[in-house]
Design a protein around this ligand. Sequence first.
Ligand SMILES: [Zn+2]
Length: 121
Amino acid sequence: MSIDTGRFRAELEQHRDRLQSTIAHHDIGGASLTEETGELMSSSSDNHLADTASETYERELDEGLEEDAQDQLRDVEAALQRLEAGEYGTCSVCGKTIPVERLEAVPWTTLCIDDARKLAR
Ligand SMILES: [Zn+2]
């Protein structure tokens, strides 16, 4: 196999660090959001409803982002484990070699393009 695993490992580790800091930052953001809501509620009751609605919406968006980051983090960690096990670059469904161009585009993928398309349907 001619896959440069060292290069992909570095890329995956970098990606993992980025995701972990995204998730960590989210937690800090969540804390300050709660503080802001507390201030709004005690200082004014005029546009109280509108504020609460928009903050709920933002919070839901935020949670969606965190879920995405956690999903991706799982994929990245699984890919790193496959790298350690010497299975990296092999489709987990059909066992065929995943083309390097695809790994370059999506380093954490565990599926060849055919199986990825089948699962996306
Ligand atoms: Zn496959």
